[in-house]
Ligand binder design. Structure first.
Ligand code: FMN
Length: 159
C-alpha cells in the first residue's frame, strides 16, 4: 500500500479548483471549510460530491443541517482559501460579503461560481465522509479566472 506522504504528493499533481463548502447552523451562524475534493457526479438528478475529513470540526454541521453551498473560488481568493483552511472556525465568515442561497447556506459574494445543495447521501470512506449533494441552484460570473491548486501551491489559469 502506498505511503501517505507519497499518496498526497502524487495526488497533488492532479490540478483542481478550490471551493468553500458551507452551511448554516440552527442558531443562524455559519460553518465552512476549504475543499478541493469536489466532483460532479450525475446530471439526472444533478449531483456533486466532496469529501470531508472525520477530524474536521465542520463535518457534524454539514451532515446535520441537510444542506450546504459550494463557493468556487476566483484567482484573487487565495486568502479566502487559507482562511477557511486554517483560521479559527468561528472567525472565518467575519467581515465577508455573503449571499444567502435558497437552502439558507451562505455563498461567498466574490465566488466565481456557486452551487446550492441539499444533502442527498453520505458514504463513509476510510478517514473521510463522502457528502453527496443534490444541486438545487447554481450560478456563475461571466468574467474572472479560477483559483487553482497544484502541488500544494496556488495558481490560476486564463483561457
Ligand atoms: C486547497 C485545500 C483543499 C482542501 N480540501 C479538503 C477537502 O476536500 N476535504 C477536507 O476535509 N479538508 C480539506 N482541506 C483541509 C481543510 O480545509 C482544513 O483542514 C480545515 O481547517 C478544516 O476545518 P474544520 O476543522 O473547521 O472543519 C483542504 C485544504 C486546502 C488548503
Amino acid at each position: 500500500m502506498i505511503e501517505e506522504t507519497r499518496f498526497r504528493q502524487t495526488m497533488g499533481h492532479f490540478a483542481t479548483g478550490v471551493a468553500v463548502a458551507a452551511t448554516r447552523l440552527p442558531d443562524g451562524s455559519f460553518v465552512g471549510l476549504t475543499c478541493n475534493s469536489l466532483a460532479s457526479v450525475s446530471l439526472d438528478p444533478p449531483l456533486v460530491l466532496f469529501c470531508v475529513d472525520h477530524q474536521a470540526t465542520s463535518r457534524a454541521a454539514l451532515l446535520e443541517s441537510g444542506a450546504f453551498s459550494l463557493s468556487l473560488l476566483a484567482r484573487d481568493d487565495e486568502a479566502l482559501s487559507r482562511r477557511f483552511a486554517a483560521a479559527v472556525p468561528d472567525l472565518r465568515f467575519e467581515g465577508l460579503a455573503l449571499r444567502e442561497a435558497v437552502t439558507g447556506s451562505p455563498i461567498l459574494a466574490s465566488a466565481l461560481a456557486w452551487l446550492d445543495c441539499s444533502l442527498w447521501k453520505t458514504v463513509e470512506a476510510g478517514d473521510h465522509t463522502v457528502i453527496f449533494g443534490r444541486v438545487e441552484a447554481g450560478g456563475f460570473r461571466e468574467d474572472g479566472d479560477p483559483l487553482v491548486y497544484f502541488r500544494g501551491r496556488y495558481g490560476t489559469l486564463s483561457p
